[in-house]
Ligand binder design. Sequence first.
Ligand code: SAH
Ligand code: ZN
Ligand code: ZN
Ligand code: ZN
Ligand code: ZN
Length: 434
Amino acid sequence: GVCPVCNCVCPSGPALLFVKTSQGKEEGRRFYACSACRDRKDCNFFQWEDEKVSETRLAAREEYNRNHQPFFTHRQNVERYKNFVLLPLSKRRFCQECQQLLLPAEWEKHSDHQFLCDISTAQLKSPSRLMYPLENKKTNAQYLFADRSCQFLLDLIIDLGFRRVLSVGTPRLHEIIQSKASQEEDFRVRSLLLDIDFRYSQFYTEDEFCHYNMFNHYFFGGEAARETCRKFLYQDNGERVIMVTDPPFGGLVEALASSFKKLMAMWKEAEGGGHNSQEMPTFWIFPYFFESRILEFFPSFSMMDYQVDYDNHALYKHGKTGRRQSPVRIFTNLTPSMIVLPVEEGYRFCTICQRYVSSGNQHCEMCNSCTSKDGRQWKHCVLCKKCVKPSWFHCNNCNCCALRNHACEKTDAGCFVCGKAGHKRSTCPSLSHA
Ligand code: SAH
Ligand code: ZN
Ligand code: ZN
Ligand code: ZN
Ligand code: ZN
């Protein structure tokens, strides 16, 4: 069957195998669930591994899926777009309810829907502003880059000499690249967007957008879409490629890493690069508390101090005053000293660490590195033999540093399943077995 939300085919491949563990039991019972929609409210696909599914249930599932297919295919959407741009401004409408560009013949059908009129070319070039961000709590929440961060990323990519960007779940970066490419003659950067949000197929051709699930490396467009991606990764004339990805934070690190490795392998197999011993240059944008998880899968990566800001995230927004610190960072396999961070925002170069660090990040003589992870100045604890958060104190009971008012010897901070901090049981990365 096809998952109604993400349109993936479950369980033949795209569904992931999970393990449900209950307290005290060693072996968990295994089940298939949709890898993209982990909230049962969004995708009802659920099946025990050892379960026999009745014919009636299969039929019901297929019926449901048929009714929840997208209105148009990507090919149809490309044709529709061509017709749409030929319309005079007064006839260009976008249905907000259906999140769809409307052709005049369709107005009738959407007459009791809210719509926007006079859709300009500028609006068409910025679909991430025209459409509302998806808000599925667990997995599909779309947090769009603030202009400041998006422009910083693009400038960095250009300064590093890249000419092609594989944008995996970064629609806003993709759209500023595409928009500049169509407007500025000497702008040479190109982008291919891979994203699960099918709404983008209304604005981009099949060479610019692939409907893709980054939790299981699934191209909905099949072999043709794969080939598009492969072609894009093929670097002729030394046009260097970089992958930039900003996955949903509820995502499973293990599943994501496995997909990124497959994209990296695609890059490596694409001829013409002569980069056999290298890894595809990558920016993986993710919160700092996932550092150890990411390094587990990509030992060549290091975390940059740059704080990535978002438009529609109440907590991670860059304000003029009283700025909240964003926990989101760039993880990269490029040499850290090459990632130049803006001095006007307080970042400075540490000559010992050979990387740019945030203004509050002091070099610790004892650790011999700039140890702060969150941008605040950390302090060294001689007993723990490492730097800790400024709000922590050494507790002789627990024999480690902790908040002053912590409850001794209770490890209630971490995840129920693996004990690590940064997530709850429901999103524990160790539960997935891709
Ligand atoms: N900051 C980025 C957006 C990040 S939000 C920007 O401004 O460009 C996460 C993105 O990943 C969204 O675009 C969302 O549609 C996409 N996404 C979520 N789940 C996905 C999945 N399973 N596979 C591919 N893309 C996914
Ligand atoms: Zn409508
Ligand atoms: Zn340093
Ligand atoms: Zn230290
Ligand atoms: Zn201590």
